[in-house]
Design a protein around this ligand. Structure first.
Ligand code: PRP
Length: 176
């Protein structure tokens, strides 16, 4: 892709509002006790930070890193775990925190892997849910924003490792 163009999709205010709504829904479903948030690096780093503060309750936080092989903007379907959990999850309420679920292949691999740790409960929170390329039969329990077709960057999401720092979410469009 030549120099891409970024078109604003979701403002920082819109994202903040959706994160607050996610936190409210999660707090309703988990009235007591600690939740263990499992962020999926790298894309979820901002969402974990914002969600943990929006929850306003005791949380444990850990991170995993998975990588899918593919070309610039699409997945090959092969996913590997490159960094595993550091905290034990047995008998804990575990919430996977994803920036985006696209094909669902990353989430499927992670979900199966975490189940082996025998958590008390295992659910998924995703800021963005893009269903048009879904390949795995898996759904997030908490979804901030449903997305149609398009490659998005910002708020943790990258294109060739760029744009993760942006506070807004943009649609990446091919340059001239
Ligand atoms: C992105 C995103 C999700 C995954 C979703 O991560 O953060 O983890 O892809 O895609 P899928 O549903 O098609 O599996 P990526 O592998 O690009 O790594 P990154 O978070 O480090 O950018």
């Amino acid at each position: 892709m030549s120099q891409p163009h970024l078109r604003l999709l979701f403002s920082r205010e819109h994202i903040a509002e959706r994160v607050q709504q996610l936190a409210a829904a999660i707090n309703r479903d988990y009235p007591d006790g600690e939740i263990l948030l499992v962020g999926v690096l790298k894309g979820s780093f901002l969402l974990v930070a914002d969600l943990a503060r929006a929850l306003g309750r005791p949380c444990l936080i850990d991170f995993v890193r998975l990588a899918s092989y593919g070309n610039e903007t699409s997945s090959s379907g092969l996913v590997e775990i490159r960094k595993d959990l550091e905290l034990p999850i047995r008998d804990r309420d575990v919430l996977i925190v994803e920036d985006i679920v696209d094909t669902g292949l990353t989430l499927e691999v992670l979900y199966r892997h975490l189940l082996q740790g025998r958590p008390r409960s295992l659910k998924v929170c995703a800021l963005l849910d893009k269903r048009c390329h879904r390949q795995a039969a898996i759904e997030a329990d908490y979804v901030g924003i449903r997305l149609e077709e398009g490659f998005v960057v910002g708020y943790g999401l990258d294109y060739q490792e760029r744009y993760r720092h942006l506070p807004e979410i943009y649609l990446l469009e091919p340059g001239a």
